[in-house]
Design a binder for this molecule. Structure first.
Ligand code: PRX
Length: 654
């Protein structure tokens, strides 16, 4: 297998059956699972059509389920019309108007409970405010907000009027924000005077102003939420306060009935080139899988309190905060702030205070909190929790066991959910009342998901523990539709192999003796830092944009908490910096990358040399760089290198 690196193969024999207590009350019981699987196997389109009819409210019912006439640009439910916001809010009002939709907690401890009726009213008011500013169906609106209810309200308001939102994570820099605004030609930006994290104010408006002054000529209006109370600059004619924009607006707003295929949102994510790509999602297909997975995987029931800790700037915050759980009429928790504020007990205190019953977070958070020992979780009453989930990266068995014993008290199933920005919703995951779990495995495909592992020729690998390409063989409702403005890149990225028949996930995986899937890593130059995707090329482009840098290569290194950390090998103009000069340059370049992309992209380690190790044909030897970054012994022959001497420099030995 040419470009697949086989990582170490772990054997995991521990098997955890769902507890009888959980299984008895679960929505999906083993017999339901079998029935769903059977139906999907026998009549794939019929299966999804049935789910779409049962789980969503349609304005115009669809008659056509899957249109694959222009594959791989698949369409679902194409002649149907509906509205996502209506499905998330209005349809609950008859019976559940007073049910809490959102429990919000700020870092300082301030809380707000928002009922479905209030959510409806605020979404409508804001939707009317957007309309008053000229926003119409199909316009792009960028949302750059802290993790406060207004972020969800803004998303829902866009959905209500058929505008396409693009949420940019608040941790991204001004330059990243500008690039995303420009790529989408967005006409409006919604932001805040600042958010709070770890006791510090995140200067969102300041970054927004910087972005707007360096490009973004498509932006006509900026709406600013007052959150931090910080002094900020407001530009006359362009900027208005959220409170002024909604003042006097009606609390009803007829939903725009959009076509099933009309885009709901764009979400930019990293790929193997320097430029992030705008993943384009549909309205109906996306929402359908947001609903099926919230019901099947998170087993959401009427009295559940669901806390998914993801920021709305990531796909997880779309599908498991802003859309899916609302569409199922669930009460969600939102938290603006850091997990360590004031101490490592914050999450567990919030679980106790809000009686969280379903908790979904990233392995990196679990590992970070685990380091503080059992004392913090043991201080709080975690008995409300009945189900735990993880997402974003492989979870190491040690962290899984800690989650299972110390947080779940050995009672709660853990759903390790594999999926991607592009898939829109969970793909490989246990069903909590059905699937026996193994620490570190995302187990099996959901019903209706045709996932396989194939070799270079696209043939299914049936041999246990043999790595291959993770592919999805049939289109599914919540799959991305294209890359915004770049249809060609969509095909080149996701359907480049196997005669264009299968969706290529970009991960390598293996199946064990029980057919369970184990994700082994990416096959492209994408890093996973604290569960966040970053392209090595993206960081390299940022580095070489600095005048002092001639060339840079970026690789990942295994990291105890973050999963992977970033190591950069840099060639500077003139003399190679050493000693104090090198230290200064490291600080400068780290801050530079922070400004170019965002703090998450700052390399942990930057090393300087006179050149990069290259083959005689001029290819950078990335594998060798990874070995050097990990501090491992170099076993390969380096004598074929064009410039062997630089290896010692990069190792810090010369
Ligand atoms: O490599 C896989 C890893 O995260 C990638 C997707 O990243 P992103 O689009 O940012 O979405 C993250 C949240 C869905 C995948 O290609 N990944 C995600 N979940 C898992 C995972 N790797 C192993 N196990 C998981 N559960």
């Amino acid at each position: 297998m040419s470009d697949i690196e086989i990582n170490s193969v772990l054997t995991e024999n521990r098997l955890f059956e769902p507890s009888a207590e959980f299984a008895a009350k679960a929505r999906i019981k083993p017999e339901d699972y079998q029935a769903l699987k059977k139906k999907a196997d026998e009549d794939y389109e019929g299966f999804w059509a049935e789910q779409a009819k049962q789980l969503m409210d349609w304005h115009t019912p669809f008659t056509r389920t899957l249109d694959d006439s222009n594959a791989p640009y698949f369409k679902w439910f194409t002649d149907g019309s509906m509205n996502v916001s209506y499905n998330c809010i209005d349809r609950h009002l008859a019976e559940n108007a007073n049910k809490t939709a959102i429990i919000f907690e700020g870092e300082a401890g301030d809380t707000r409970h928002i009922s479905y009726q209030q959510l409806h009213d605020e979404v409508c008011q804001f939707a009317n405010a957007l309309k008053a500013k000229g926003i119409k169906k199909g316009d792009r609106v960028v949302i750059y907000m802290p993790m406060v209810p207004e972020a969800v309200i803004a998303m829902q308001a866009c959905a209500r009027i058929g505008a396409i939102h693009s949420v940019v994570f608040g941790g991204f820099s001004a330059d990243s924000l500008r690039d995303r605004i420009d790529d989408a030609r967005a006409v409006m930006l919604i932001t805040a005077d600042g958010g709070t994290r770890g006791g510090k104010v995140v200067e969102l408006k300041e970054a927004a102003d910087k972005a707007l002054s360096s490009g973004c000529d498509s932006i006509e209006n900026v709406i600013v939420l007052k959150r931090s109370g910080h002094d900020i600059a407001m530009q006359d004619g362009r900027d208005s306060w959220w409170s002024d924009a909604v003042a006097g607006q009606d609390t009803t707003c007829e939903p725009e009935w959009v076509n099933a295929e009309d885009p709901l949102f764009l979400l930019y994510t990293s790929g193997s080139t320097g430029k992030p790509k705008g993943i384009q999602h549909s309205s109906a297909g996306y929402l359908l899988n947001a609903i099926t997975t919230n019901l099947w995987v998170f087993d959401l029931q009427d009295d559940d309190i669901f806390w998914c800790t993801a920021d709305v700037g990531w796909i997880t915050g779309h599908t498991y905060v802003a859309y899916g759980p609302l569409a199922t009429g669930t009460t969600i928790v939102m938290y603006e702030g850091g997990p360590m504020t004031p101490d490592a007990g914050r999450f567990w205190k919030m679980v106790e205070d809000h009686k969280v019953s379903v908790f979904y977070t990233a392995p990196t958070a679990i590992r970070a909190l685990m380091k503080f020992g059992d004392e913090y979780p043991n201080k709080y009453d975690l008995s409300s929790i009945r189900l735990l989930g993880t997402v974003g990266e492989p979870i190491n068995p040690e962290a899984w066991m800690w989650y299972h014993t110390v947080i779940g008290k050995e009672r709660c199933p853990i759903v390790d959910t594999w999926w991607q920005t592009e898939t829109g919703a969970n793909v490989l995951t246990p069903l909590p009342g059905v699937t026996a779990t193994k620490p570190g495995s995302c187990t099996l495909p959901l019903p209706g998901m045709d996932v396989d592992i194939v070799n270079e020729d696209g043939e299914s690998i049936t041999e246990a523990n043999t790595g291959g390409y993770l592919v999805i063989k049939k289109p599914w409702p919540s799959m991305l539709r294209t890359i915004w403005g770049d249809d060609e890149r969509y095909v080149d990225t996701y359907y480049p192999k196997f005669g264009g028949k299968y969706y290529l996930a970009g991960d390598s995986a293996r199946r064990d003796e029980d057919g369970y899937f184990w994700i082994m890593g990416r096959i492209d130059d994408v890093l996973n830092v604290s569960g966040h995707r970053l392209g090595t090329m993206e960081v390299e482009s940022a580095l070489v944009a600095n005048d002092a840098v001639v060339e840079a290569a970026v690789v990942g290194r295994p990291h105890e908490v973050k999963g992977e950390s970033i190591v950069a090998f840099v060639i500077c103009q003139g003399e190679r910096p050493v000693g104090e000069d090198a230290e200064k340059m490291v600080t400068e370049l780290r801050n530079w990358v922070g400004d170019q992309i965002g703090a998450i992209a700052k390399p942990d380690d930057i090393r300087f040399a006179d050149g990069l190790p290259k083959t005689r044909s001029g290819k950078i030897m990335r594998r060798l760089l990874r070995t050097i970054a990990a501090g491992e012994e170099i076993t390969s022959d380096t004598s074929t290198l064009e410039n062997e001497a630089v290896v010692a420099q990069l190792q810090g030995k010369a």
